[in-house]
Design a protein around this ligand. Structure first.
Ligand code: OGA
Ligand code: NI
Length: 346
């Protein structure tokens, strides 16, 4: 899978986006950014801070994204995770080749995102992604290249444990923000929720104006906890403008995904985001996705529906949503819309 050129070579055609899909980097808003929320007072043992709940709720309504600091996950655990994915992508590409697959039913795979353009042609994103399960977390060890297996599993199992409890805590704070019981959203994910991990690798690109590391999309699960390396590239759409998400040491980027938008009946947003490339430095990120068990029924939560707020989405089984997601592979722009209820003719 030798797909990337050196930065001083020109960008191969298969990565070049049609003009209307290019990033227009000069138009990115650099003054605005997503909120940064300090969780110091929200660890398991601390009393609940209503101020934090309020800040998170506001961030969820206005941005669908925020960064958290003082979250309680030891720095060393994050460092080891980042080191493990760095080593994975620094292996000679032959060592990763056997993991590469375009078959999305494979639960462990290395793949490239792409954008389907007019005429059905696929334009590749300037990145490599490695996705694997999280629960149960020992299920994929034999797939890993031998040279990094032990180190990766050690780093991942510690990391997954920490992010698991951080995610539950965040879902609790988000539930309270919606005026619900603390365990409401977590319960909606069901037993054995769909938890997936995905590392993303963005090599330096000779022409960042022509390519995209990850084209614009919303995340399909409920919540994403993202650890990014020191190089920025992630951008979030706010009122039609792209804003950059800066790297902050020891922070996580949190974003709401499609299922929370549906569960909250549209009050909290799953917003479009994308990753742009740069021609100097490689960038890495580790995304941990929290989603419902595929058998769970998802729909606007009863307490959030009244005469003024009629349900915006129909109920569906999460497996149906996943099917729609894979049907839309390469476009991925009308996902939740497929489950919307039309109130036009009232
Ligand atoms: C994703 C994603 C952002 C990043 O994996 O869904 O949006 O910064 N990643 O890599
Ligand atoms: Ni995403």
């Amino acid at each position: 899978m030798k797909s990337f050129q050196l930065a001083n070579e020109s960008c191969p055609n298969k990565f070049i986006l049609p003009e209307s899909k290019r990033p227009n980097l000069s138009e990115v808003e650099s003054l605005d950014s997503i909120p940064i929320i300090d969780l110091s007072y929200c660890h398991d043992s601390s009393p609940l801070s209503l101020e934090v709940v309020h800040k998170i709720s506001k961030a969820c309504e206005e941005f669908g994204f925020f960064q958290i600091v003082n979250h309680g996950v030891p720095q060393q655990v994050c460092y080891k995770m980042m080191k493990a994915i760095t080593d994975f992508y620094e292996l000679p590409s032959e060592e990763r080749e056997s993991l590469y697959s375009t078959d999305h039913t494979k639960s462990v795979r290395l793949f490239n995102y792409y954008l389907k353009v007019e005429g059905g042609e696929k334009v590749k994103c300037w990145s490599e992604c490695f996705a694997h399960p999280w629960y149960p977390n020992d299920d994929f060890i034999s797939f890993l290249p031998e040279q990094i297996r032990t180190q990766y599993m050690e780093a991942f199992s510690e990391y997954a444990k920490e992010i698991g409890s951080l995610g539950s805590r965040l879902l609790g704070l988000i539930s309270i923000g919606l005026g619900l019981e603390e365990d409401c959203l977590l319960k909606k994910l069901g037993e054995q929720p769909r938890q997936r991990a995905q590392s993303n690798f963005y090599p330096p690109c000779p022409d960042p104006e022509l390519t995209m590391g990850l084209t614009e999309h919303t995340d399909l699960n409920a919540l994403t906890v993202l650890l990014q390396s020191q190089v920025s590239g992630l951008q979030v759409n706010k009122n039609g403008k792209w804003i950059s998400v800066p790297f902050i040491p020891n922070a996580f980027v949190i974003n709401l995904a499609d299922q929370i938008q549906v569960l909250s009946n549209g009050r909290y947003k799953s917003v479009f985001h994308r990753v742009v490339t740069n021609n100097l430095n490689q960038r890495l990120s580790m995304a941990m996705f929290f989603g419902p068990n595929p058998n769970m029924i998802i729909g606007p939560i009863q307490e959030l529906i009244d005469e003024e707020h009629p349900p915006k989405y129909r109920k569906y089984c999460f497996s149906e949503f996943l099917k729609e997601f894979f049907n839309q592979e390469g476009t991925r722009t009308m996902l939740k819309e497929a489950f919307e209820i039309s109130h036009d003719n009232k």
